[in-house]
Design a protein around this ligand. Structure first.
Ligand code: OW7
Length: 404
């Protein structure tokens, strides 16, 4: 008996073109509507954009591997631009010890010590920004400033050179895409930035307490090898800054354009974490990742051969009307759980508790002082092959009296 096989729909769009990066929503709708899986002719890859298929691929690491790279480059045939990540670009069993160590280091228990300090730091930052007047750029003054203030300290890297963190992360996320002009523009600084990042991963450079020291201590215990420790610290420095910066911009942009939702947060600041997850769903700061098939895989009635790249549109899944009612609405009354903005399955964001704590601290501090927040100019996108980001978010706020 033969099984029915349907020819795969083909799309000619380029998800990494300037026009699509400026506004990916129309392409996402076309890809979702084309079928459960689509072939992207330009890159000769398969793509999934519906929630059901993105979720299924993310939770099927046996057939959709990460070790061949989660960008367009296939590590089976192409040399990666840096040694592969022991977490993101690895499969079980090699993935598991680094993952276990990092989930402990970044877990809710470990973060309890940081909570008070981060809440106070957020209050201080918000106070200083508001003291400068009612108009400011929320992207630079808050979304960039807050993670760069708290996260590198928590890792334990020196103060000198922290301006390298965003450019390094920006390039790493561009490098998941094709070798386009965004990658070319980052390339000249790669040796300098990579050298600096490697240096920060050394035990002698890291503070005696912090996420970095904890990773090295796991090496002393034999939970990981000492050779693995610096690469795991590198994951923090690669994945821990740009992601949170752009996720905070997403939630601030959402509130600046949804005054009714800001009123809700003001009435119930306990909604800060739901708001952050809803913004992660609504904006999907990490838009896409690839997997590689380890065997022939059927998606719907389409047969994907072994060894092919499959592009997963996290952002499209997060606004799939087949999964979400009124998907384009930023709405604190919905339950955003099940969104794939942090991924899903065994690679799901190991830093998500850190990100949520940063967001909770910043939103709580803002909600205490800011009555209304609105756009005061046209926000500008920062383009990246993987990240959905704002370069600038001009806002105007009305505040309550400063607390005594
Ligand atoms: C790493 C959200 C993606 C990442 C991204 C980039 C690098 C790494 C992880 O997670 O180095 O492990």
């Amino acid at each position: 008996m033969t099984t029915l096989e349907t020819p795969c729909p083909v799309h000619d769009g380029d998800p990494f073109s300037r026009a699509v990066l400026e506004n990916p929503l129309p392409l996402h709708a076309e890809l979702r509507d084309a079928g459960p899986v689509v072939r992207l002719r330009r890159y000769d890859v398969y793509a999934v954009a519906r929630h059901e298929q993105v979720h299924a691929a993310l939770t099927d690491w046996q057939r959709f591997q990460s070790a061949a790279g989660v960008g367009l480059a296939n590590f089976r045939t192409e040399k990666p631009w840096r040694p592969p990540s022991l977490l993101l670009e690895a499969d079980p069993p090699r993935h598991d010890a680094p993952r276990r160590v990092l989930s402990k280091v970044l877990g809710p228990r470990a973060l309890r010590h940081l909570r008070e300090r981060w809440l106070a730091d957020a209050e201080e930052l918000v106070g200083r920004v508001l003291a400068d007047g009612p108009r400011f750029d929320a992207a630079t003054a808050l979304s960039h400033a807050f993670p760069l203030r708290v996260f590198p300290d928590a890792v334990g890297i020196p103060v000198d050179g922290r301006e390298n963190l965003l450019p390094y992360g920006d390039h790493a996320f561009n490098a998941f895409g094709p070798d386009n002009d965004l990658v070319a523009r980052g390339a000249p600084r790669v040796p300098e930035l990579s050298g600096w990042v490697s240096e920060q991963c050394r035990r002698e450079v890291l503070a005696p307490e912090g996420f970095g020291a904890e990773i090295w201590a796991a090496g002393d215990r034999g939970d990981i090898t000492h050779e693995q420790a610096p690469l795991i610290v590198r994951s923090l420095l690669t994945a821990g800054v740009d992601t949170t910066v752009h996720a905070l911009s997403a939630v601030l942009h959402a509130f600046a354009t949804h005054p009714d939702q800001w009123r809700r947060l003001r009435e119930n600041p306990g909604l800060a974490r739901v708001a952050f997850d809803e913004a992660a769903r609504w904006e999907s700061p990490v838009q896409t990742f690839f997997r590689t098939t380890t065997t022939e895989v059927r998606v719907g009635d389409v047969r994907i051969p072994e060894g092919h790249k499959v592009l997963m549109f996290l952002a499209a899944a997060n606004r799939d009307p087949r999964r979400w009612s009124d998907p384009d609405a930023f709405d604190l009354s919905r339950d955003p759980s099940g969104h794939v903005g942090f991924g899903m399955g065994l690679h799901q964001c190991v830093g998500q508790h850190v990100a949520r704590l940063e967001a909770e601290a910043l939103l709580t501090a803002l909600a205490r002082r800011v009555r209304t927040i609105e756009l005061a100019g046209t926000p500008e996108r920062h383009l990246n092959n993987t990240l959905r980001a704002w370069r600038s978010l001009p806002v105007r706020v009305r505040t309550d009296r400063a607390p005594a």
